[in-house]
Design a protein around this ligand. Sequence first.
Ligand SMILES: [Zn+2]
Length: 247
Amino acid sequence: MIIDTHIHNVKAFKWNNLYRGCLIPKPESFNDVDIENLNNLVKQEISGRDEITCFASVNPENGVPEVDRAVRELGFKGLALDTEANFKFSHDAIWRLFEEIHELDVPVFIHSEPDRINFDLDEVNEAIISFPDVNFIFAHLGIRKGEDFIRIVPETNAFFETSNISGDFITETLENITCDRLVFGSNAEKEYPLEEIQKINSLPISEDDKHKILFSNMADILDLKLPEDNPKEKFGSFVSRFITKFQ
Ligand SMILES: [Zn+2]
């Protein structure tokens, strides 16, 4: 049973094998009109696919009206802030956005390319500490250029997504934080990258902890109702069937 926190292409996502995927749009521009069109397109794209959860794109300089529209009218379940927009966590507009997110009660996904975040960590910490009820999820463990966010942001509302990070580095990370802070993502664009799942299954941690990373941490963040059967019992066989099917 797997929730994928980070997909870019719904075609890569197979309903029978993955429980849910979070679609993170990748804006090509951040002006208000383009962003509104992108969110509308995403809404069309997932029509009839209840297994996909959408995160809303915004123009970080004026994000409140669009995230409000996307969540209340389009039914999106989170905010995706893209680091390509070069926003700062200290900007008034970003704080207004987080205040709105607090009202809407949805998580924030900080989307970046691996190793390309260049935030001021004090500003990140201040936002995370100031909005303790907002769950922040950092793509690719929030790795900055050669640095590790996780040592600096131990708050329980900060989560770290695992795609494009080596198993060894994740194992090292787990010396500093618990499995409760990690959520699985694949960063799937075309073909589904099964190695991302295998990587989590190969970590030297308990089956319960793998289940937290692959499923239950994100299920809690999204406030999903769990399937009626016991996911822990079925977890091992689900994963092995998934892997067999795609091999
Ligand atoms: Zn991505």
